[in-house]
Write a protein that binds this ligand. Structure first.
Ligand code: 6PG
Length: 248
């Protein structure tokens, strides 16, 4: 499958993402009896999650064999409108037969973001066992209009984290802490899928994919999986500034 795919509209992009989720889940469960996925936050993936919660996907995925994680979380309670957990709960998790102990929520409500990040790293390691670097089967990501992904924002400390799996990251422009997986952890995943939609992503997307390597300015450039697959599912609006795929 080509790494960069452009879709006519968000609906066809979401169906392709749901199909990839279903394929990766089936393969992982067939091979190891379990599927580990890190969900993206924001708004773009909501449609994909809603599709997965309905037919034809819902009854063709072995939900009880999936461990759900989040790539990042805002420092808010789980019922807050900004919570990435709440978005996935509303769109997907409340509609499928998940195993409660297999839904691994970041503690956004913890006033000590660093403690919450450390606790999440322990929770990840408890699921993956005694490995130095856990390998997620699938990590879903988005792209912000400033070139961020996860909660790895331009110019923030987490960009330089090369040891931890999960950190608290101060985001000056929002005057808030975030909890985020690090590039080190995400880049070890078997498969990364970016879902990017909207004209406000056209410029950062071009820089991330075809611009100079400036991860401090465009943190999404940090996602360069060592051995895994990395796919970019993009709608036509976000692809508007990309060179035609057949251009030299
Ligand atoms: C978050 C996400 C973030 C998101 C991008 C794109 O917590 O907001 O993790 O990285 O994926 O900001 O967001 P949209 O999909 O809403 O454009």
């Amino acid at each position: 499958m080509p790494p960069i795919q452009i879709f006519l509209d968000p609906q066809s992009l979401a169906h392709a993402a749901a199909a990839l989720f279903q394929e990766k889940a089936a393969n992982a469960i067939a091979q190891r009896g379990v599927f580990t996925v890190a969900l993206a936050g924001g708004s773009t993936p909501r449609m994909t999650y809603s599709l997965l919660a309905a037919e034809p996907y819902r009854s063709h995925i072995e939900w009880a064999k999936i461990h759900f994680f989040w790539g990042d979380e805002r420092c808010v309670p789980p019922d807050h409108p900004d919570s990435n957990y709440r978005m996935a709960l509303d769109a997907l998790l409340s509609h499928i037969p998940v195993v409660p102990g297999q839904v691994h929520r970041m503690q956004g409500e913890n006033p000590d973001a660093a403690r919450a990040a450390a606790a999440y790293e322990i929770e990840i390691r408890a699921v993956f066992g005694a490995v130095d670097l856990p390998k997620f089967d699938l990590v879903l990501l988005g792209l912000g209009p400033d070139g961020h992904t996860l909660s790895l924002f331009p110019g923030t400390a987490a960009l330089g984290e090369h040891k931890a799996l999960v950190v608290a990251n101060w985001v000056e422009k929002f005057k808030t802490w975030r909890i985020t997986m690090t590039a080190r952890l995400v880049n070890h995943a078997a498969c990364i899928l970016f879902q990017v939609e909207g004209e406000d992503k056209a410029s950062p997307l071009r820089e991330v994919l075809y611009g100079a390597h400036e991860p401090g300015k465009y943190p999404a450039q940090l996602t360069r999986p060592a051995k895994g697959e990395c796919y970019w599912f993009i709608d036509q609006r976000a692809a508007a500034l990309l060179p035609a795929l057949n251009e030299p």
